[in-house]
Write a protein that binds this ligand. Structure first.
Ligand code: ADP
Ligand code: MG
Length: 622
């Protein structure tokens, strides 16, 4: 409990004690009124103040106004203890709610407990703790066992196991040693490592994630917007309804029936009506449910950038995947060199040099296959043509490395490859020099991920790739995709997604899952863009609506399941709260429910709704 909450608790206790005491005392008249005003003001002064402010700012109809009118009305009618009690219970409800919100906020930040407090730098043989913000790119930091990795970088010395569970939800530790990239937010478990930083703190994974989580609540879902709109019309409607209930029946009784008007009785019913109608449970529990849903998802390694995306995710019926790096590991092995007019090793050297500046999985794989360090001064004029390949000048000679499209584009005739695999044709000095056949492995969970999507009610799975047709079809049939489209340029992928978008109804949403390399435009074009591998590509984090913290495609189905659960809770709360309110309103208008019942119904519904909302925080491990 924080200071404000503790203060409120004290106010509640004092007011409750005074109220009980006063109801036992045999006092009457003005003295009774005056004494009851003490607990009333103790517990309600801030509500009265807020209501008054609302009136002055011409934003009259809110919960504060409802409570102020209801309680002041009760007091004017002489029901002092009821006036105090309504205020008291209202404040108890508010306290409970602020506690719950605080709890789940803290829960989220606990789950996301990845903010590093310091970075260790070595100066003159001594370790010094500095603010991670002050560490420049390229500095060497030291991470000891048990410490969080504060900044992204590359391990230059040491060997350890990393716990990435806060980032990925994955509980198995991951081994890392010299030369491996390491991202901030992991916990170093076993060995001391030296890391050369490759980013500033503000650009590091941990900062990006925290930023995402902090901003996520500002993107409102349709249901949330619906609730605030609803409250805008609902509250005034209820107030006028109450006014009508207070005035019309007595007038009718007097005018048409010749009965006594019984003003007090009807005003009391109208006030009860007001108390019942307070929409707090809805107004509070819906955003809280989304908030908890986003928190639960991040615990599972799925970052959702806003509650609107959580809502869209729950309606996904068609999932479109990119191939390379998304369904496959994007780590190609060279499986052959064919038709080479020069020495095979030399061909590979030219390819690796030409590819030296690209971050495409193919480029990285060729560089790795080459194995030696690359002298970048030998390469100039590098140009990457997405979906085609690269051209560059190596040792003064123009070199092109890419697929058949690239060769056609350059007007170079090439030899077809008769093996299934991704082919990188190489041309040197305008002449065909042979091709390198490389092959990729599908991710271990790829097949299961398609099956679990089907189980989660996704009706269509599609694979899009820029790779050649035989490879694409082999992978697609192995994994069980419904449809596959190959040899697509990035722009073709957008067009294909647009086609798929046009085919389906508005209610069924389409998700695109990609690794952010060559597919950022599609990520933003789909109803919802899901990026793989926040473990690297910044473009993906920017363009996507949902970021999977590791490269596991199985998380897509999990994300959909989490979103469905959250939305289910949201709707449960909406129906439950509106249902109970409707029943109570009728009972109140008929004079069956009194103000005590009203306040219990209100606070009770709210507490149940809030507890239900918090359920969204807990995600079953799959
Ligand atoms: P995917 O859709 O499978 O992720 P991309 O759109 O990234 O594939 O690339 C499509 C094809 O373009 C690759 O299969 C490859 O033939 C070629 N290509 C793209 N970038 C490169 C590169 N840097 N070097 C060689 N070939 C490339
Ligand atoms: Mg790709």
């Amino acid at each position: 409990m924080n200071k404000k909450q503790r203060k409120m608790l004290i106010r509640i206790l004092i007011a409750a004690a005074l109220m009980i005491l006063l109801s036992l005392l045999p006092i009457d008249g003005y003295l009774r009124f005056g004494l009851f005003m003490i607990p009333y003001l103790v517990i309600g002064y801030d509500i009265l103040k807020k209501a008054w402010k609302g009136i002055r700012n011409r934003q009259v109809f809110d919960e504060n106004f409802l409570m102020a009118v209801a309680t002041l009305g009760a007091i004017l009618l002489g029901d002092y203890s009821e006036g105090v009690a309504v205020m008291l219970f209202y404040q108890i409800g508010e306290l409970f709610q602020s506690y719950a919100v605080g709890r789940s906020r803290r829960n989220i930040s606990d789950l996301m407990d990845i903010r590093p407090d310091y970075a260790n730098v070595e100066t003159g043989g001594k370790l010094e703790k500095v603010d991670p913000d002050e560490v420049e790119i390229g500095s060497v930091i030291i991470v000891q066992p048990g410490e969080k990795v504060p900044i992204d970088g590359i391990i230059i010395e040491g060997k350890t196991a990393l716990n990435t569970s806060a980032l990925t939800g994955e509980s198995l530790p991951r081994d890392a040693s010299e030369g491996d990239e390491i991202i901030s937010g992991c916990i170093n478990m076993t060995g001391l490592i030296r890391v050369r930083t490759t980013k500033e703190f503000g650009e590091s994974t941990v900062s990006k994630i925290l930023e995402l989580v902090e901003n996520s609540s500002s993107r409102k879902s349709k249901s949330e917007n619906f609730i605030s709109k609803f409250a805008r019309y609902y509250t005034p409607a209820v107030c006028y309804g109450a006014l009508a209930l207070a005035i019309l029946p007595p007038l009718v009784r007097m005018g048409f029936m010749g009965l006594s008007p019984e003003w007090g009785d009807w005003i009391y019913r109208a006030l009860t009506f007001l108390v019942i109608s307070c929409p707090c449970a809805l107004v509070i529990s819906i955003p809280l449910s989304f908030f908890a849903g986003i928190g639960g998802a991040s615990n599972a390694g799925v970052l959702v950038k806003g509650s609107n995306y959580l809502e869209t995710l729950s309606q996904v019926k068609c999932v479109v995947f990119d191939k390379t790096g998304t369904m496959t590991q994007g780590v190609f092995e060279v499986s052959g060199v064919h038709h080479s007019s020069i020495d095979e090793a030399q061909l590979l050297e030219y390819a690796a040099l030409a590819e030296s500046a690209s971050s495409h999985p193919i480029s990285k794989s060729l560089q790795r296959a080459y194995g030696k360090s690359i002298d970048r001064t030998r390469v100039t004029d590098i140009e990457e043509i997405s979906g085609n390949g690269v051209t560059a000048t190596v040792d003064g000679k123009p070199v092109a490395a890419g697929n058949a499209k690239l060769m056609n584009r350059l007007g170079i005739s090439y030899k077809e490859c008769h093996h299934v695999g991704t082919v990188v044709h190489i041309a040197i000095d305008g002449a065909y020099a042979g091709h390198i056949l490389i092959s990729d492995l599908v991710k271990p969970t790829a097949k299961e991920s398609i099956q679990s999507l089907k189980k989660a009610g996704v009706t269509k799975t599609v694979m899009l790739t820029g790779d050649s047709r035989p490879v694409a079809e082999q992978v697609a049939s192995e994994l069980g995709f419904d449809e596959v489209y190959s040899e697509l340029l990035p722009a073709d992928k957008v067009a294909k997604v647009e086609e798929l978008l046009a085919e389906k109804s508005d209610k069924q949403k389409l998700a695109f899952v990609g690794d952010g390399i060559n597919d950022a435009p599609v990520l933003s074009r789909a109803d919802i863009g899901i990026a793989m591998g926040a473990m690297g590509s910044d473009a993906a984090i920017e363009a996507a609506d949902v970021v999977l913290m590791d490269d596991d495609p199985l998380k897509v189905a999990k994300a959909i399941r989490i979103s469905r659960k959250c939305l289910r809770i949201v709707y449960q709360n909406i129906y439950f709260a509106i249902g109970v309110k409707a029943i109570c309103l009728v009972l109140g208008a008929l004079g069956i429910a009194n103000m005590w019942m009203a306040i219990f119904a209100d606070v009770g519904v709210m507490i149940l709704a809030v507890l239900n909302a918090i359920r969204a925080l807990f995600v079953k491990k799959l």
